[in-house]
Design a protein around this ligand. Structure first.
Ligand SMILES: Cc1cc2nc3c(=O)[nH]c(=O)nc-3n(C[C@H](O)[C@H](O)[C@H](O)COP(=O)(O)OP(=O)(O)OC[C@H]3O[C@@H](n4cnc5c(N)ncnc54)[C@H](O)[C@@H]3O)c2cc1C
Length: 455
C-alpha cells in the first residue's frame, strides 16, 4: 500500500539512471514524498550495454524495472512520463502527463549522442545509449553476416564483412573488441560460404591515441591488445561524411562498411536548457559546489547532465561512480536543507577507471596502480558484477558470461525487429563459392594496404 503523506515536502527526481536512483534510494528514510519520473520503465546498467549490442547478454540481464527496484520504498512513487521542461520560478515540472509541483527538484536525465551538427548521420551509424540502440546494433551486425553469406557480389560481401566503429573512447574500444571476437571466434562454424574470421573491424578516432583520457601507457596497451585480436586502429582520422554503408575519412578515403557504430560524442539532455541557467559547450548545467543551480537552491542537477568541477579544476567525467556519488550527496543536501542546516560541497572520491577489450583483455587505472590484460579484465568483471542492481541480474549475468567464456558462445545471437532487410543487391542464384575460394578472391580484390593500414 502506498503511504503518501500530503504534508511532507515533495522531492521530484527526473531520471532513474545511476544518479537519479541513488537520490531516490538515499531518501528512503527521509520525511519526504519522492516522485521518480522516467520515460523508460527500467533502470539500465549502461556499462554492459555493449554486451547486449554484441549478443553476449540479453536485455533483461542488464535492466531492471524501476517499480521493482523501489517496490519496498513506501515514500516513493514512479511515474512513466516524458519530461519536457521545468517552470523553475513556479516550482513545477512539465511532463507529457501534466505538471508536477515540487518543493525540491533533482534533474538527472543524462546525455544523448552528439553527431556534431550532422544529426542525419544517426540513421547510418546508430549510437549506444539505450536497450533499443543495443538491439538495433545487434540486428545490423548479425544481418551483415547473413548478407555476406548470401551475396555473390565481392564488393557487397567485403562491405558486409567490414565493421566500422567511430570513436576510440571506452565504448568504441569495447565494441570493436567484442565484434572482432564474434567474427574471429564465435561465428567461425556458423556459416558455409564465408569465413567470418576474414571480417575487418576498424576503429576510427580523431585523436592520436585510443582511450585518450587514460594514461599514455594504458592507451598504448589498449592499442596493442586491439591489434592482437585483429582490430585495425585508425587514429588521427576524422569522419567527414557518412552515408548508408560508407564513411569518408579526413584522408579522403571512403570505407565501405555495412555496419557502422557511432561512439564518438555526447551532449547533455536538452532539459538543462529549460532551467534558465548557464550551460557548458556540451550542454551540461554548470552547478554550484553543492550541486544546486545558481539562484535556486531547491533545484539540483547531477550525473552526466552536470558540469561539476573536480579537485583538479576540470569538470568531472561522465561516469557511473560520479553519478552515484552525486545522487547520494544530493539526497544528503536535501535533508540538510529540510532542517535548515548548511549544504555541503560535493567531493568526488575517484576509485579509478577501466575498459575491456574483448574476452580476457582490459586496461584499468586504480590511481595507485595500473593493470593491463587478464588481471585488468578480472578486476573489470568483479566490479561490474558487484555493481549490478539486483541479485537476480548478478547471477544471470555471471551465468551468461561463464557460458560465453567457456564455449566462445554468444547465446543472444537473435535477429529481431520489423525490418529483415537481408536481401543482397545481387542475390545468389547459384550457391556462392565455398569459404576458401572467397578468402582468395578477397585478397586479390582487396583495397591496397596503403589505403587503410592493416594490423
Ligand atoms: C555504452 C556505455 C558504456 C558505459 N560504460 C561505463 C563504464 O564502463 N563505467 C562507467 O563508470 N561509466 C560508463 N558509462 C557512463 C555511465 O553509464 C553514465 O555516466 C551514467 O549512466 C550517468 O548516469 P545518469 O543517471 O546521469 O544518466 P543515465 O544513466 O543516462 O540516466 C538518465 C535517465 O534519465 C531518463 N531520461 C532522460 N531524458 C528524459 C526525459 N526527457 N524524460 C524522462 N526521463 C528522461 C532516461 O530514460 C534515463 O533513465 C557508460 C555509458 C554508456 C552509454
Amino acid at each position: 500500500m502506498q503511504v503518501h503523506h500530503r504534508n511532507l515536502p515533495r522531492v521530484v527526481v527526473v531520471g532513474g539512471g545511476f544518479a537519479g536512483l541513488a537520490v531516490v534510494t538515499s531518501l528512503r528514510r527521509a520525511a519526504v514524498r519522492v516522485t521518480l519520473v522516467d520515460r523508460q520503465n527500467h533502470h539500465l546498467f549502461q556499462p554492459l550495454l555493449y554486451q547486449v549490442a554484441t549478443a553476449a547478454l540479453s536485455p533483461s540481464d542488464i535492466a531492471e524495472p524501476l517499480r521493482h527496484i523501489v517496490r519496498k520504498q513506501e515514500n516513493c512513487e514512479v511515474l512513466l512520463a516524458q519530461v519536457e521542461g521545468a517552470d523553475v520560478p513556479g516550482k513545477k515540472l512539465l511532463t507529457d502527463s501534466g505538471e508536477i509541483p515540487y518543493d525540491y527538484l533533482v534533474v538527472a536525465a543524462g546525455t544523448r549522442h552528439s553527431y556534431f551538427g550532422h544529426e542525419e548521420w544517426e540513421e547510418f551509424a546508430p549510437g549506444l545509449k539505450s536497450l533499443d540502440d543495443a538491439l538495433e546494433i545487434r540486428r545490423r551486425m548479425l544481418l551483415a553476416f547473413e548478407v555476406a553469406e548470401k551475396t555473390r557480389d565481392d564488393a557487397e560481401r567485403r562491405a558486409a564483412m567490414t565493421f566500422l566503429v567511430i570513436g576510440g573512447g571506452p565504448t568504441g574500444v569495447e565494441m570493436a573488441g567484442a565484434i572482432a571476437e564474434i567474427a574471429k571466434e564465435t561465428l567461425l562454424r556458423d556459416f558455409r560460404h564465408i569465413d567470418s574470421s576474414q571480417a575487418r573491424v576498424l576503429l576510427v578516432d580523431n585523436s592520436p591515441r585510443v582511450l585518450s583520457t587514460y594514461a599514455p601507457d594504458l592507451s598504448d596497451s589498449a592499442a596493442e591488445q586491439l591489434a592482437e585480436i585483429g582490430v585495425e586502429v585508425l587514429m588521427s582520422s576524422r569522419v567527414t561524411k557518412l552515408e548508408e554503408h560508407a564513411a569518408t575519412l579526413s584522408s579522403g578515403e571512403t570505407i565501405a562498411a555495412r555496419t557502422i557504430v557511432w561512439a564518438a560524442g555526447n551532449v547533455a539532455s536538452p532539459l538543462g536548457a529549460s532551467l534558465g541557467v548557464p550551460l557548458d559547450r556540451a550542454g551540461r548545467v554548470i552547478v554550484q559546489p553543492d550541486l544546486s543551480i545558481p539562484g535556486h537552491p531547491e533545484v539540483l542537477v547531477i550525473g552526466d547532465m552536470a558540469h561539476c568541477v573536480g579537485e583538479n579544476g576540470e569538470p568531472l567525467p561522465g561516469l557511473a561512480p560520479v553519478a552515484m556519488q552525486q545522487g547520494r550527496h544530493a539526497a544528503e543536501n536535501i535533508v540538510q536543507r529540510l532542517s535548515d542546516a548548511w549544504t555541503k560541497p560535493f567531493v568526488y572520491l575517484d576509485k579509478g577507471t577501466m575498459a575491456t577489450i574483448g574476452r580476457c583483455r582490459a586496461v584499468a587505472d586504480a590511481g595507485f596502480m595500473k593493470f593491463t590484460g587478464f588481471t585488468a579484465w578480472l578486476a573489470w568483471l568483479f566490479i561490474h558484477v558487484l555493481f549490478l542492481v539486483s541479485f537476480r541480474s548478478k547471477i544471470g549475468v555471471l551465468m551468461s558470461w561463464g557460458y560465453t567464456y567457456l564455449v566462445f558462445g554468444r547465446k543472444a545471437r537473435l535477429i529481431t525487429g520489423r525490418r529483415l532487410d537481408v536481401k543482397p543487391s545481387r542475390p545468389a542464384v547459384e550457391a556462392p563459392p565455398p569459404a576458401a575460394q572467397i578468402a582468395a578472391t578477397d585478397v586479390q580484390a582487396a583495397e591496397p594496404a596503403s589505403a587503410v593500414a592493416r594490423t
